[in-house]
Design a protein around this ligand. Structure first.
Ligand code: DER
Length: 227
């Protein structure tokens, strides 16, 4: 698949931004997996850095490469975080994340990083967030039906995320995800604030004013969008 090759190139370009001695946030998802593999190759060549993973999955993958993992206890601030996204808004570089289920840890890691680098293929670029995917919202399982009702009052269609076995999906943090379909969102910062105001919400997949740079894999090569 040629697009997959381009995505790999974009992931490698992001991995090339990691320098010796850095503390790096390691994203989750298929694009981040390519990025972690690229970092693994650089590690084998002698690059040394420390990573904070955004999911158990990414932690396992990084460990398999021998990459040193640390926690916020020793590294409360990161030099760089690199992650994928589900949608990128062209004008603002705001994001929807969370189809992979790791949005809460991903947002904590992004917020701790001086620079947050996003890697996507061009199919993820939209004029308005919400055009292609729902907004995933992580909520506590206690009272989730009530939380869902209140999220519905914000104008979305709300559906609990299910796992492969037909049960309720459980996040790494032991919470649930409600996928909220709003359609194209006119004012993402306002919606993000309204979602945050609902009791029971842990975090939403709207990433507002967090992106430093987006590396886009397109048919005509790589493009870098800078905030
Ligand atoms: O934000 C997310 O949850 C997504 O999984 C994101 O990381 C992109 O995943 P992908 O690279 O597999 O499309």
């Amino acid at each position: 698949d040629p697009m997959n090759e381009l995505k790999r190139m974009a992931a490698e370009e992001a991995a090339a931004m990691v320098q010796d001695g850095m503390a790096v946030g390691l994203g989750s998802g298929s694009t981040s997996a390519m990025m972690i593999d690229a970092l693994g190759r650089r590690w084998a060549e002698g690059l040394r850095f420390v990573g904070i993973p955004t999911s158990e999955r990414s932690a396992d993958q990084a460990r398999a490469h021998g990459i040193t993992l640390v926690t916020f206890a020793t590294h409360p601030q990161l030099d760089l975080a690199i992650d994928g996204a589900d949608e990128v808004e062209r004008g603002s570089l705001d994001l929807i994340k969370g189809l992979g289920g790791a949005l809460f840890r991903e947002k904590i890691v992004a917020a701790a990083a001086r620079r947050f680098i996003v890697v996507v293929d061009e199919s993820k670029l939209v004029d308005h967030l919400g055009s292609r995917v729902p907004v995933p919202v992580e909520v506590t399982s206690f009272g989730w039906e009530s939380t869902a009702r209140q999220l519905g009052d914000l104008g979305g269609r709300v559906a609990p995320r299910m796992d492969r076995n037909g049960g309720l999906y459980v996040t790494d943090g032991g919470n649930m995800i409600l996928d909220c379909t709003f359609g194209p969102i006119a004012d993402p910062p306002a919606l993000a604030a309204a979602i945050r105001g609902v009791v029971g919400v842990v975090e939403s997949g709207l990433f507002i004013h967090r992106t430093s740079e987006v590396i886009v894999a397109g048919r005509n090569g790589l493009t870098r969008l800078v905030a």
